[in-house]
Design a protein around this ligand. Structure first.
Ligand code: GRF
Length: 208
């Protein structure tokens, strides 16, 4: 079978992106990653892409007068690199509905909490962990889900849990969750690449 092409979309430092590239380069993740897209030239993920021979493209929706033109540009880019799978890794812009539809069940996102709690608009980065700690729950974690038309609401694929520990701050909790994210993302992408994930409505079945 042909190796599928993955595009990663990232707005930030790119540590999940780096974990994905490492898994590809070590031979444990059977994908090629020819494309990294960011909405901002400040994303650390761009430099990581260049170091790993992956095209690093900045595509900012704010540079387009019409959302339709931005959508066309994003779809054109994904077609140009023959992208089969899209992974959002700290990408802070909403994906246009036309792109979501074109990549239905082929586009995934990682969220640093146990969805369906602590997700949605405005809940990203430090705010997520602050909200988790303020709520008093005993566990947090990371969720990988298919992307749908809303923020953080698509069918859940897999989750990893971490404990909340005495004295946790948003920063210590974020670090604990992030190290789980780095394991979870390559694992889920590997399952997708090997065709081990099927979706029926909101229910996702994962074959080991
Ligand atoms: C991660 O915590 C991810 O769950 C969230 O944004 C963060 C991105 O971190 N969506 P990095 O850029 O991969 O280091």
């Amino acid at each position: 079978m042909m190796v599928q092409h993955l595009a990663v979309l990232a707005s930030g430092g790119g540590s999940n992106f780096r974990a994905i590239l490492r898994a590809i380069e070590s031979g444990t993740l059977p994908l090629a990653c020819p494309l990294l897209v960011s909405n901002t030239p400040r994303a650390g993920a761009l430099a990581i892409a260049r170091e790993h021979g992956c095209a690093a493209v900045v595509l900012n929706p704010r540079d387009y007068d019409r959302e339709a033109d931005y959508t066309d540009a994003l779809i054109g880019l994904l077609e140009q690199y023959r992208i089969d799978l899209v992974a959002l890794a700290g990408y802070l812009r909403k994906i246009p509905a036309r792109v979501v539809a074109a990549f239905r069940h082929r586009m995934v996102n990682i969220h640093p909490a146990l969805l369906p709690d602590f997700g949605g608009p405005g809940l990203y980065g430090r705010q997520v962990h602050a909200a988790v700690l303020a709520s008093g729950v005993r566990q947090s974690g990371a969720t990988i889900h298919f992307v749908d038309e809303e923020y953080d609401t698509g069918p859940i694929i897999l989750q990893a849990q971490v404990p909340i520990l005495p004295g946790d701050t948003p920063e210590t909790l974020a670090a604990r969750v992030l190290s789980e994210e780095h394991r979870l993302y390559p694992r889920v992408l590997g399952l997708l690449a090997r065709g081990r994930i099927s979706v029926n409505g909101r229910q996702v079945a994962v074959e080991p």
